[in-house]
Design a protein around this ligand. Sequence first.
Ligand SMILES: [Fe+2]
Length: 124
Amino acid sequence: MAEKGPFCGINEPADPANLTEAEKKHIPVIECPDTVKAGEPFQVTIKVGEIPHVMEEGHHIQWLELYSGQNYNARVDLTPVFTRAEATVVLVKGGVHHDITLRAIERCNLHGMWEGTRKIAIEE
Ligand SMILES: [Fe+2]
């Protein structure tokens, strides 16, 4: 059977508890408060990745997207050389859900899409 290619779906680490260097360069890291107040804006910074990914003409991160669970929140398109593989967006969450999982997805032009997640709590 043929091996799965990097552009088939979202790539996942072989062993989440023991990431390879390539996985550390691609899985987005989400920086934000652990707990936020409903209705109050807060910053979410997405970095690719734990080891910064290169932004060279031939190899770079093309875009980042941020979701709350399955709900799309934001997208940032990046260009090589002149940007870093990171972005900060401001979110506001309602009080319907008491916790949500933020999901950041990025696409590398050579290594495909990768996802990072982070759970946050929402207080009334
Ligand atoms: Fe890459």
